[in-house]
Design a binder for this molecule. Sequence first.
Ligand SMILES: *Cc1c(COP(=O)(O)O)cnc(C)c1O
Length: 385
Amino acid sequence: MPTYARADLAFEKGEGPYLYAQDGRRFLDFGSGVAVNCLGHAHPHLVEAITEQAKKVWHTSNLYRVPGQEKLAQRFVEHTFADTVFFCNSGAEANEAGLKMLRRYQYVNGHSEKNRILVASNAFHGRTIGTLTAGASDKYREGFGPMPEGFDRVAFGNLNELRNAITEKTAGILVEPIQGEGGIMPAPEGYLEGLRKAADEYGLLVMFDEVQTGIGRTGKLFAYEWSNMLPDIISSAKGLGGGFPVGALLANEKAAAALTPGMHGSTFGGNPLAMAAANAVLDEVLKPGFFDNVLAMSKLIRDGLAKISAKHPGFIDEVRGTGLLLGMKMVPNNGDVVVKLRDQNLLTVPAGDNVVRLLPPLNITKTQVDEALAAIEAVAAAFTS
Ligand SMILES: *Cc1c(COP(=O)(O)O)cnc(C)c1O
């Protein structure tokens, strides 16, 4: 179907941070399939885990216990605020489950009138009808109405506006701790803590969409760890399976108590093959020193971009983000820059606010960072000469 404006490029093989096109060209992948391939391509441990599981059992449904789910959930419980985890197949689905939980929590606690959810300007939460409504883009909603009721939008980062928008009908708050598709917009200092405080005052749940920010992308397992607060619910997907489609909703006991047996479900969600992939990803991401590499490579990229910026003014306006969730706000059109970078065999991803995202695999090395910086410098020189 004509739903994508695809580049005329097809890859037949990947190895670490490199992708090989059918025509033999080799690309350095600083897009990671939109923040998905967190260990690069064909990572041996991931390949082995999936291959071994494929020989045993792929799918059994959630009518039975799935040991891989129990193992993965236990790891999240150990390493995050969460007490319990639900598994699904994508980011939008994880967010849908979270939206249901935000409302149902109030309902089971005797507040069925509290069913409205505060969402942010510039937000992206997925392409289902519900998550499109939670997201900010009018363009993505156009022609798909009527949209569901019960969402109130506030300016991302503005605590006063958030407080003023809370009414006796508010159930909870959904935000991305760093907005991804919106152009790598970090929450301002103190915003997440203030949001938590307001939620506690009014008995609201706080949900973070960590579909893009999670699984080590920012140099912590989840981005909320950079703040001094805990959310009640977070959604995860993208990097979770390292390229295998899988999503998860993590919640504390209080929030999760709202979803009793039969209240939510997924046929494929958390099947043994997906769990083998996600557990293999966590084997690597939770290794001592893994996050140190994310932060060290982040610094190398930022330092390199600062030098390029100084040498070629009029190309990069600003660099934003944390860890390897980086955005270059461009002076020239971001789409044109992505194409020129691709001509230099470097893959990147555009985002809102004229941003080019740099989302390399989290295990990249200095050599590859230098290679990417050289490509960016060549394009900067071409644009500014
Ligand atoms: C990608 C993304 C989604 C949607 O995930 P899908 O797997 O495409 O449904 C939702 N929220 C955020 C923040 C994302 O980056």
